[in-house]
Design a protein around this ligand. Structure first.
Ligand code: FAD
Ligand code: SF4
Length: 504
């Protein structure tokens, strides 16, 4: 009999079954499939309810598609589920996406671990590149160009199509003035079905009778839970929304949280979409004249550059990376943040973004980096707790994607291994890139007094606290020296100390 194959809940697309790319080992074409819904996962962490809903709905949709081929087991733990499904018999599984899951499957003699799927670049290729850097920084830009060449992505012969590797310069436009929303077609939204109803009933029961607790609001489901839905979302994006992706990639609008973003991260991370098909469609859209090169390149960079880079850094940096805390930040996260209590917050940027997370489990990359992450960094919150928060509260959050993005990129807890400088700013940046400051109770220019913007004051307090370390960083020297021109620094620090961690 063919060996059964175990699918984790983030291995749900067709590319996780059958032979691997270039003939790599894979489960037999008709191998029976095992899926395990382990409730202990939800007991260990307080997830956003919309995320729990999405993952369970996606797993159950996949099981329904596979029909009699799948043995779908509900159990307390993976160990118990596996014993129910295959006893001690042989089973194959594709390389899981977290270190904990990899340790677990490798500890079981009867489980054969196959190479990872769902990424463009193999571990060995990345390692060869990274080891060959000879102590130089592992720059995303260098890695990305290598991926473009190796996969012949947006290339004209040996040159980048459109004449440049990087169109970031054209992709940092503030939002158009005086608009509440970008003038682009709406994104794809799925329609809930009987599977969602069943999931919702189960989650209600778990909360009521089983001591499991969630955060955030659940519903209606906003992200694809099946291959069919994910493909519809990808096609809608490529055909109708990609053209506008580039220019306003970094902008924020209070009334339009999505702008031209693709909303595909959860589908990619659930394994419903293969990154190759996403970047190929973007390239086709450019070649057929349906999207400008800055948009197509910007999107390809996100997937073939950033997503791949983050995945490989997770494995390359090793287990101890999650404990890095180069800035010695130890403060706990306050309750208003943990509870996503947007209504407790006066600062309009933070309140708006926290409400987006509370209501949907998603916000785009600039609110994550320059509002939520920047505030955590300025407040000196424990980076491991911040990482855990992002992991639990975002529909697309998984261990592999969180660690580099939060420990490295957002909290600078790796001391600059991933980024050349900390990502944080005063209110001026948020003011320039959004419509959030106008009606806010604070003023982005004010450092002290009643109208002091928490981001502006927080920025200077952060520079002051880490002056010694940051002064030596050529990209920060000028900013740090700016402290010497502040006549109200003492007052600013006093006011911040008085506020403590109260919601700003
Ligand atoms: P788009 O803006 O449309 O981008 C297209 C795709 O590129 C995304 O769907 C995603 O798959 C990929 N991508 C872009 N940047 C990254 C990145 N840095 N890391 C991984 N993939 C990337 N992304 C996640 O998928 N899961 C996370 O948990 C996550 N946490 C983040 C936390 C912080 C602090 C920051 C700064 C970024 C994080 N990101 C995360 C990256 C990025 O914010 C999201 O991928 C993106 O906002 C998802 O929305 P979208 O699908 O509309 O993305
Ligand atoms: Fe945020 Fe400051 Fe602007 Fe208010 S003034 S929205 S707190 S950046």
């Amino acid at each position: 009999m063919t060996t059964p194959h175990w699918l984790f809940g983030d291995q749900l697309g067709p590319h996780f079954l059958g032979p691997g790319p270039d003939g790599a080992d894979g489960p037999g074409r008709d191998a029976p499939v095992v899926m395990i819904e382990a409730r202990s996962v939800f007991r260990r962490r307080r997830f956003h309810r919309a995320k729990a809903h999405l993952v369970l709905s996606a797993m159950r949709h996949r099981a329904a598609e596979l029909g009699d081929r799948v043995r779908y087991v509900r159990a307390e733990t993976y160990r118990e589920g596996l014993a129910k499904a295959v006893g001690g018999g042989p089973v194959t599984v594709c390389h899981p996406t977290s270190r904990a899951a990899l340790r677990f499957v490798e500890s079981l003699d009867h489980v054969t671990v196959l190479p990872p799927r769902g990424f463009l670049v193999a571990h060995e290729d990345f390692r060869r590149w990274a080891d060959g850097r000879d102590g130089q920084r592992l720059l995303q830009e260098d890695f990305y160009r290598r991926v473009r060449r190796a996969h012949d992505l947006l290339m004209d012969g040996d040159s980048p199509a459109g004449g440049r590797w990087n169109h970031d310069h054209d992709n940092r436009e503030p939002p158009p003035k005086g608009v509440r929303a970008l003038d682009v077609p709406a994104p794809y939204r799925p329609r809930e079905d009987a599977v969602d109803e069943e999931v919702r009933d189960d989650l209600d029961r778990w909360e009521k009778d089983d001591g499991i607790s969630f955060v955030g609001r659940d519903g209606p489901r906003r992200f694809p839970a099946s291959r069919r839905e994910a493909l519809a979302a990808l096609r809608r994006f490529a055909e109708h929304r990609l053209a506008g992706f580039g220019a306003h990639e970094d902008a924020m609008l209070a009334g339009d949280p999505v702008l031209s973003h693709s909303l595909l991260s959860s589908s990619l991370n659930l394994g419903l979409l293969d990154p190759a098909e996403c970047v190929e469609l973007a390239e086709q859209a450019w070649r057929s004249g349906d999207a400008p090169v800055n948009s197509a390149e910007g999107f390809v960079r996100q997937i073939a550059g950033w997503r791949e880079y983050v995945w490989h850094l997770y494995w390359y940096f090793g287990e101890e990376y999650r404990h890095r805390n180069a800035l010695g930040h130890r403060a706990p996260l306050p309750d208003w943040f943990l509870e996503l209590d947007a209504d407790a917050v006066t600062a309009r940027c933070l309140s708006t973004v926290l409400a987006q997370v509370r209501d949907t489990g998603w916000t785009h990359h600039i609110p994550r980096l320059m509002v939520l992450g920047s505030h955590a960094l300025q407040q000196g919150w424990d980076p491991a707790a911040v990482t855990d928060w992002f992991h639990r509260c975002f529909v697309d959050g998984y261990d592999w994607v969180m660690l580099p993005n939060v420990v490295g990129m957002s909290q600078y807890a790796d001391g600059g291994r991933m980024t050349t400088k900390p990502y944080t700013s005063g209110g001026a940046y948020i003011h320039r890139m959004s419509d959030l400051c106008g009606p806010c109770a604070y003023r982005p220019t004010d450092r002290t007094g009643e109208g002091a913007c928490p981001f502006t004051a927080g920025y200077w307090a952060f520079l002051h606290r880490h002056r010694e370390r940051l002064e030596g960083n050529p990209r920060m020297t000028r900013a740090v020296r700016g402290l010497d021109r502040l006549r109200d620094l003492d007052e600013l620090l006093e006011e911040r100390a008085e506020r403590g961690d109260a919601a700003p």
